[in-house]
Structure formats: structure tokens, C-alpha cells
Write a protein that binds this ligand. Structure first.
Ligand code: ADP
Ligand code: MG
Length: 362
């Protein structure tokens, strides 16, 4: 995995913990005006002036959240950052700093950690975010990465999950389901590779769905766009676990229900094709697949004109009363099924329910 034919690999013990921290410090370029002190002291010092501070943290464990058999460390670093920044965006805030903690076993040479940090720093540069600290420790087995992200926003612009109102429109950014199918491709190719490492597959037909799995983006652009359009979402969440489960979070916390219209769920043509190939309804990948890191939010009906026709946004449904619950409504009203966040068993149930409702309608 970390082979380098020209140069021998460097065990981490050779440079030690302080050597590694020094190396990380040198690679980091600070860009945020709010960063007063970054790596190098006992703690970082930040200044958010009149803004509120938004903080989120996430931990990724090898073998649970990622598989280094097919995920390059550079991509892992990138995704570890963007998935955290996505949580900051979901509060309608702009990410500004992160702290990165890693636990590494002696299986990882210095070159591997360099690659991981390359990905971390590419994401930080792209999103104008500073690495201001972290922790470095050893692990007995795999790699663990924990990232804490900070962001800022004016007090009256922060958006929570609990403030969607009856009749609000439910809006999603970008398109859904691609990250799920990207993972299906990676897992399939990994199995092929295990049997025959000589095979060099041509994956260009899957480039979009693979990049959505390996290299997801945080929708900081959307937070800026909403500000520009003067749209204040009434509630918001990011889609890390699939549209169904995130919609149910909004519903539960806002004490409303939702209707989602299957035909309104935005999907890329590679998702449609992959759905045919894997014999999986692409809408179900959108609902239960996860890791798309798009934003799901509600807006008041009066704001509809501000987003109408904008290709970044799809209105996929609306809020109904809590007693009505959360439902997916099929094309041409072909079925109405209760949303369920249980993952793929639920998906099987959806499929059979859909078949049932389709046959009873006919
Ligand atoms: P302490 O022993 O006080 O926790 P450390 O030696 O762990 O101090 O950290 C020294 C400095 O290096 C701190 O600013 C810390 O935030 C930073 N740091 C440590 N590990 C990392 C890392 N993996 N990535 C980024 N910064 C780190
Ligand atoms: Mg420490």
C-alpha cells in the first residue's frame, strides 16, 4: 500500500512525535484572520470578534469508516476534512479552523502520514481553513483520525434542525445517491483486484460517482449563495446518512412531518446507470445510501421565488403536520410509503411495498 520502489520508507520512530508535529507545523499555512495562534503552543488562540463560534467533531476508524484497501490516504485526509466542514455548513456557518488528532500504529511509515496530511491540507487550502492544532498518539492496530472543525456566523443567521414550520418547502442541494454507488464500484473492483491484481479496470464511466465517494465536497459555496440570495433556511442538516434519515431528524426535532416526491429527487445520469447495473432503484440509494454531503433544508414558501430555477437547488417536498408523519410519494402518485431510516432492510421493504402498491394501482 505504501510501497515506494525508489526510496525506502521511513519508520515514524525515526523522526518521533515532536519531529512529526514539527513537520506538520511547517506544512501548514495560516490564512484566517481569526487565527491568532496555531500549532506550537499548549493551545490555539482564536478570535471570532462579533461572530458566534460553531464547533463540530467527528472520528474515523480504520476498518469501520474506511478501508485502506481501496481508499488512498490522500483522499481519506481530504474527505475527513470535508465531511467535518459539512457539519459546520449545516449550521449555515462558514468553516474557519480545524484540529486534527491522529492515532497511528507502527504499520504506518512517515510517508503514509505525509500523504494523509497532503489530502488534509489540499482541502484546507481549497476551503480557506486553518489547521490550528491536534494531537498525535500511537495505536495498537489501525489508523484513527479525529477532526474538530470550527466555524463562524452571525447570531441571527445560525440555522438549527428544530425550526422547520408547517408548509415550509423541503430543498436539497446538488444531487444524491452518487456516493453510495461509488462505494459499490470500489468494493466490486477491490474483489476483482484480489483475484487478479494484473487487471487495470477502466473506470472512466464511473468518474463522477467515484469522486463523490472518494472526494466529497463541503457545500460552503451554498452557504455563501444562500446569503447572497437572502434566503434564510428555517431548518437545515447535512446529508451524511441518506435523505430518509436526515429528513426524519428534521421532522422529529421540528415536530412536523414531510412529504417527499420521488420524481423530484435530483440524481446524476451516472447514478441512474449504476442503478440499472446493480439492480438498485437509484431513489433508494439517495434515500438510504448516505455520504453525499449535500445540504437538506427548509424554507418558507415566501422565499420560493429566490431559489426557483436555480440549478443548485431542488425542491423535493414540503412539511406537513407531525401526525401525518414522513412519506415518500411515488411518481404519478403510484404509491405512498412511510419513510424509514433503518437502512437496507428497510429498502427491501420499500421495494416490496412499491411493487405491491404498483400492482394494486394497475
Ligand atoms: P501537548 O503535549 O501539550 O498536548 P503536543 O506536543 O501534543 O502538546 O502538541 C504540540 C502542538 O502541536 C500543539 O499546538 C498541538 O495542537 C499541535 N499538534 C499535535 N499533534 C498534531 C497533529 N497531528 N496535527 C496538527 N497539530 C498537532
Ligand atoms: Mg497533545
Amino acid at each position: 500500500m505504501f510501497e515506494n520502489k525508489q526510496n525506502p520508507l521511513t519508520p515514524l520512530s525515526e523522526i518521533g512525535e515532536f519531529g512529526l508535529i514539527h513537520r506538520i507545523k511547517n506544512a501548514v499555512k495560516l490564512q484566517q484572520p481569526g487565527t491568532e495562534k496555531g500549532i506550537g503552543d499548549d493551545a490555539a488562540v482564536l478570535d471570532f470578534k462579533t461572530y458566534k463560534t460553531v464547533v463540530a467533531t467527528d472520528m474515523l476508524t480504520e476498518g469501520v469508516h474506511f478501508n485502506l484497501g481501496y481508499v488512498p490516504l490522500k483522499h481519506l485526509g481530504y474527505k475527513a476534512v470535508t465531511s467535518n466542514l459539512s457539519d459546520i455548513c449545516a449550521m449555515n456557518a462558514i468553516p474557519t479552523q480545524i484540529l486534527v488528532s491522529i492515532a497511528v500504529s507502527d504499520r504506518f511509515p512517515l510517508e503514509a502520514i505525509d500523504e494523509l496530511y497532503q489530502g488534509i491540507l489540499i482541502a484546507c487550502n481549497k476551503y480557506n481553513v486553518d489547521v490550528v492544532g491536534g494531537d498525535t498518539t500511537s495505536s495498537n492496530s489501525g489508523l484513527i483520525i479525529s477532526i474538530t472543525a470550527l466555524g463562524q456566523q452571525k447570531a441571527d443567521k445560525i440555522v438549527y434542525r428544530n425550526s422547520a414550520k408547517y408548509n415550509d418547502l423541503l430543498v436539497v442541494t446538488g444531487d444524491l445517491g452518487a456516493a453510495y454507488f461509488g462505494l459499490q464500484i470500489l468494493e466490486r473492483e477491490n474483489e476483482v483486484w484480489k483475484v487478479n491484481p494484473q487487471v487495470q479496470p477502466d473506470l472512466t464511466a464511473y468518474d463522477y460517482i467515484l469522486s463523490r465517494q472518494l472526494r466529497p465536497e463541503a457545500r460552503v459555496d451554498i452557504i455563501k449563495l444562500l446569503d447572497k440570495l437572502e434566503v434564510q433556511p428555517t431548518a437545515m442538516i447535512d446529508i451524511s446518512d441518506g435523505l430518509a434519515s436526515e429528513t426524519m431528524h428534521l421532522a422529529e426535532q421540528s415536530e412536523v412531518g414531510f412529504h417527499i416526491f420521488e420524481e423530484k429527487i435530483p440524481m446524476d445520469h451516472q447514478v441512474i446507470h449504476a442503478g440499472e447495473e446493480f439492480k438498485i432503484n437509484p431513489a433508494m440509494a439517495a434515500l438510504n445510501g448516505g455520504e453525499d454531503y449535500e445540504l437538506l433544508f427548509t424554507i418558507s414558501m415566501k422565499d420560493y421565488d429566490k431559489i426557483k430555477g436555480n440549478p443548485n437547488f431542488s425542491v423535493i417536498g414540503h412539511a406537513v403536520s407531525q401526525s401525518e408523519g414522513c412519506h415518500l410519494i411515488g411518481r404519478d402518485n403510484s404509491f405512498k410509503t412511510e419513510l424509514n431510516a433503518q437502512g437496507w432492510d428497510a429498502f427491501k421493504k420499500y421495494k416490496s411495498e412499491m411493487k405491491k402498491s404498483q400492482t394494486t394501482e394497475e
